[in-house]
Design a protein around this ligand. Structure first.
Ligand code: T46
Length: 135
């Protein structure tokens, strides 16, 4: 399952006159249509976001500013990925437990997701997640 996790290179257009960079997500960069966008910000460095899995939802996380670590767990394996570039997206398939930790000052986490908000899609207890993975 974690082999389906991947980093997406988001095309970056660096201005030839030194006006900075512009990144754009379009066409088929993501394997789903974006149905909802939300973002996390003002997160204290000692706080954890996430701490759940989704049954169906797919998402792409981007560190628009600053950095944070995404811990991913498929019930068998656990990996940590540092996000610190606005031109890199982390694609997380459904059925993966995630925790976001160690937010830097000013970090902004953009999330582009495949479905509208549905609390029934969340698995918020790790034991329930392990049971879900065994089905
Ligand atoms: C995820 C991580 C990265 C809404 O009303 N609408 C929404 O679209 C979302 C995402 C949340 N909410 C409400 C539900 C809770 O009352 O906002 C509150 C905080 O949500 P939650 O505790 O789920 O926040 P995080 O940061 O732990 O998790 C969120 C996403 O829920 C989740 O899908 O992967 O960000």
């Amino acid at each position: 399952m974690l082999e389906k996790v991947r980093i997406i290179e988001i095309p970056k257009i660096t201005d030839p006159d030194g006006r900075g960079s512009l990144s754009v997500l379009e066409k088929n960069i993501l394997p789903y249509s974006i149905k909802r966008v939300y973002y996390l910000y003002d997160v204290p460095s000692n706080s954890t976001r996430g701490g759940h899995a989704h049954k169906e939802l797919q998402q792409c996380l981007i560190a628009l500013s600053g950095s944070f670590i995404v811990v991913l767990d498929d019930g068998k394996e656990r990996i940590e990925i540092l996000l610190n570039r606005p031109d890199k997206g982390l694609l997380i398939p459904s059925g993966v437990w995630r925790e976001l930790i160690e937010f830097s000052a000013g970090a902004v986490c953009l999330s582009l997701v495949s479905a509208e908000y549905d609390e029934d899609d969340y698995i918020r207890e790790y034991e329930d997640f392990i049971t879900f993975k065994k089905k």
